[in-house]
Design a protein around this ligand. Sequence first.
Ligand code: GUN
Length: 287
Amino acid sequence: MTATVISGKEVADDIRAALREEVNGLKQHGILPGLAVILIGDDPASHSYVKGKIKGCEETGIYSEVVYKEAAITEGELLDLIEAFNENPNIHGILVQLPLPAHISEKAVIDKIRADKDVDGFTPVNVGNMLIGNDCYLPCTPHGIIELIKRSGQEISGKHAVVIGRSNIVGKPVAMLLLQENATVTIAHSRTQDLASVTKQADILVVAVGRAEMIGAEYIKPGAIVIDVGVNRAASGKLVGDVQFESVKEAAGYITPVPRGVGPMTITMLLKNTVEAAKRLAGLPQQ
Ligand code: GUN
């Protein structure tokens, strides 16, 4: 069997086209959705992600402001910057690119972002609301993954979903969203014993481990939906996922590529949250 490749880029383009129309409509009502992005330090991957986010804003007509600061910025200075965006009426969404330098507390920074401008869905209020199924800003990568699975035309309800990885950004929240979609969910991680025996039960396998091409065909149940969240630079310089694409494609039923898989969906869900935030803050009904 050769898997159907789920193009995150194509799905993302569709959603962005709809968002562009929605933003045009909002502009007619005097509402211009605005996103503030704060990037600390010179990590090349973070710079590349932020570039993609700003380009996404430009494509959809969303106003964006980016603040670049050197890694030597103090925690207090960063918190003041966030506070200014919390109070800025032109800004509806605030994103602080992670990871942060070691001397800055990630918790203090996330806690500082107003929950109703938290378009990353990282604040405890949003995470709690997501957990109990309340309306909230969903975290972008997990939300993008759910949309990709749905757009593949495959049912989530009743399936066994295995998530490898337990980060706050991807593993834990995607497991919760899959549960909300009525999947039976297993979370595997670096201490899981006999990983392949667990993943071979997966109808849906989400891989978010951050290790280049760790998952080969021997981990896959034939016909499974395989979602690869990894973005790694191989020794050759090529971008690769956490999954061995060529061999796993021969075992899986559906597979996301790297690049042009989950990545474009993460950015698109951020744009969607920013538009929702603008509507919410203007008192308009949400989707
Ligand atoms: N670093 C890696 N992924 C993300 C993300 O989705 N949001 C933020 N703010 N930082 C990240």
